[in-house]
Design a protein around this ligand. Structure first.
Ligand code: AQP
Length: 339
């Protein structure tokens, strides 16, 4: 079976964008591929954060994965920091990553500009190297990536190529290795269209955990009345009907896409509706879709032993693959093996 890896940062509450753009797609991936889904806690410390919240968000995110249908009997579910090899490989890869490439990363430029240079830790710059490590450790064939992560995956592919050509092949064989490529070069898996969910308050920016206003997103764990209220208050326009192909109506297109993704209906079926009718349909559909997930989440989070077992088993399986990769890389890079 081909292998696929993916993860979400426990930086806040998981929202509809994370769900429709990532987690929901994992459910079909776990049937087709050997899947590893992790909670990327080490990425969540690259900007100022509250340790207490990180701890809670890590467990919550794991419970949400399972509540959404990630099945630990099919996929390995684990916490990134539980597998030490992520950080170890990152250091090795950082020796093969040009600093200029990191400086040019759009996400780094945007996030560091917002925070101001003096407040930005080195980890924000080297974040893509850790992401490369997350992927290359598992010799992944595919990585599902949204638009915003494409540049990082490109870097991952380039770093894999550099390490393969600098240390792989015959040079590695001379050191007692198997020769050939050290890393598999992963391919992007582009998610289905319409999976970029936009903010409820601005149809031109993406729904995001870090947006200051909670009104801009539907959190997966929002109670029914909060969901209904957010949809009622979300940004609309004064055009008649519900069009999905009018560039002047990004909010309308976004909400129609969300509706299509969570119900059996198509966008076309809503064309003649007015905002009021559509919004109440959408709110009901969201509540119906999320309610069973929320019930399962409650059951999982109230049984810490079960969650710990799942994460433990996931980390054990992941570490086996990851440790083998690190051991190969160290050998190929000429690091003395411990007796
Ligand atoms: N609005 C979105 N629409 C579709 N997919 C989305 N993803 C995030 N936002 C949307 C996808 O969710 C996965 C996990 O993302 P992440 O936790 O690594 O962080 P992110 O992409 O930076 O997501 P956020 O929620 O917007 O966090 P902040 O605000 O911290 O930047 C990824 O697969 C991503 O594509």
């Amino acid at each position: 079976k081909k292998r696929v890896v993916s993860g979400v940062q426990p930086t806040g509450s998981i929202h509809l964008g994370n769900y429709l753009g990532a987690i929901k797609n994992w459910i079909s991936l776990q049937d087709k591929y050997e899947a590893l889904f992790f909670i990327v806690d080490l990425h969540a410390i690259t900007l100022p954060y509250d340790p207490q919240e990180l701890l809670k968000a890590t467990r919550d995110t794991a419970a949400i994965y399972l509540a959404c249908g990630v099945d630990p009997s099919k996929a390995s579910v684990f916490v990134q920091s539980h597998v030490r090899a992520h950080v170890e490989l990152m250091w090795l890869l950082s020796a093969a990553t040009p600093i200029g490439r990191l400086n040019r990363m759009i996400q780094f430029k945007e996030k560091s500009r917002k925070a101001g240079d003096e407040n930005v830790g080195v980890a924000l710059l080297t974040y893509p190297v850790l992401m490369a490590s997350d992927i290359l450790l598992y010799q992944s064939d595919f990585v599902p990536v949204g638009e915003d992560q494409k540049q990082h995956l490109e870097l991952t592919r380039d770093v894999a190529g550099s390490v393969n050509s600098l240390y792989g092949g015959r040079k590695w064989k001379k050191l007692g290795g198997r020769g050939g490529a050290i890393f598999k070069v992963p391919e992007p898996l582009i998610p289905p269209t319409g999976a970029r969910v936009m903010s409820l308050t601005d149809g031109l920016s993406k729904m995001s955990k870090s947006a200051p206003s909670d009104q801009s997103r539907i959190n997966l764990l929002d109670p029914k009345d909060v969901i209904a209220n957010k949809i009622k208050r979300c940004k609309t326009d004064s055009f008649p009907g519900m069009e999905f192909d009018n560039p002047e109506r990004p909010e309308c297109n976004n909400l129609l896409s969300v509706y299509q993704l969570i119900s059996e209906k198509t966008k076309e079926e809503c064309q003649d509706m007015n905002w009021g009718t559509f919004k109440s349909l959408l709110a009901d559909a969201l509540i119906d879709h999320l309610h069973p997930i929320q019930d399962r989440y409650e059951a999982i989070i109230s049984d810490p032993t079960y969650l710990d077992e799942v994460l433990e088993e996931g980390a054990t399986k992941a570490a086996e693959i990851a440790d083998a990769t690190v051991s190969n890389v160290k050998q190929a890079m000429g690091l003395l093996r411990r007796r």
